[in-house]
Design a protein around this ligand. Structure first.
Ligand code: B12
Length: 214
């Protein structure tokens, strides 16, 4: 039952069916008490993957990529209230954003949503963020964690620049750096001296909690 609903969500988004159909399926999933993490990872993300593959294969064009992201953003508005049970104590401060040259923010927003729901204060710098802005925000907010997102193979090099700037500002040892987005890998994190790389927001938040001593 659970798998069927999640597959239907993935297929509906992947085939770019209308928003009403997707909304109805999401409501069904929420009523069936399927976890938010599963709805996002096994439903929506899988659907977006299909869109990406169809785009790569020439079946979809940029307009379809855009439509898919609009559909996703619209349904996130339905999911958000279910995640807003903020824990009373602030666990720590995270600065996050998508690196310079990269406009993808769906995954970064998912990470933010889960982190906030777990009690973190999140300072979100948005997309296409200049490396200097990350350094300033970490310093100004006394952040314990910096979460960088990148989805393009052409923009992950920006992450290296951010790490270099953290080093030259003398604050690298005061902040943990976690990378996310489909373009990153653990090997890459190691190569550029980041603390971790994850392809799953829930796993990322879990790691952040561990870093804060939980
Ligand atoms: C939606 C989408 C778009 C939308 C983005 C809208 C938006 N507001 O984000 C639009 C239409 C704007 C777009 C544009 C482009 N896109 Co695009 N896009 C996608 C698509 C279909 C889905 C991405 C997505 O949202 N996935 C769902 C989320 C939930 O997954 P995720 O990002 O991986 O995030 C998860 C984890 O990685 C993690 N995470 C993410 N960030 C962070 C951060 C932290 C700190 C942590 C801990 C975790 C974390 O948590 C999330 C949940 O678990 C992908 C295909 C794909 N399979 O990824 C292509 C894709 C990424 N795009 C691609 C391309 C080529 C482009 C364009 C260059 C197309 C063009 N010709 O203009 C432009 C680039 C624009 C730019 N400068 O950034 C390619 C990239 C290829 C490559 N190897 O570099 C892909 C892979 C499609 C493909 N198969 O060809 N795109």
């Amino acid at each position: 039952m659970e798998t069927t609903i999640l597959d239907n969500i993935a297929n509906s988004l992947g085939n770019l069916e209308n928003g009403e159909k997707l909304t109805e399926l999401l409501r069904k999933a929420l009523e069936s008490e399927i976890s938010m993490a599963d709805i996002i990872e096994k439903g929506l993300r899988k659907g977006l993957e299909t869109i990406g593959n169809k785009y790569e294969g020439g079946e979809y064009f940029l307009s379809e990529l855009l439509y898919g992201s609009d559909l996703t953003n619209a349904v996130f508005e339905i999911l958000k209230p279910y995640l807003q049970q903020l824990e009373a104590d602030v666990k720590g401060i995270i600065v996050t954003g998508t690196v310079r040259g990269d406009m993808h923010d769906i995954g970064k927003n998912v990470f933010k949503m889960f982190a906030e729901a777990s009690g973190f204060k999140v300072v979100d710098l948005g997309v296409d963020v200049d490396p200097e802005l990350f350094i300033n925000a970490v310093e100004e907010n006394k952040a314990e964690i910096l979460g960088l997102s990148a989805l393009l193979t052409t923009t992950i090099s920006e992450m290296k620049i951010v790490l270099e700037k953290l080093n030259s500002a003398g604050i690298r040892n005061r902040v943990r750096v976690i990378l996310g987005g489909n373009a990153v890998s653990e090997e890459f994190a190691e190569e550029i001296g980041a603390d971790a790389a994850v392809l799953d927001a829930v796993q990322g938040v879990q790691l952040c909690k561990e870093w804060m001593g939980e």
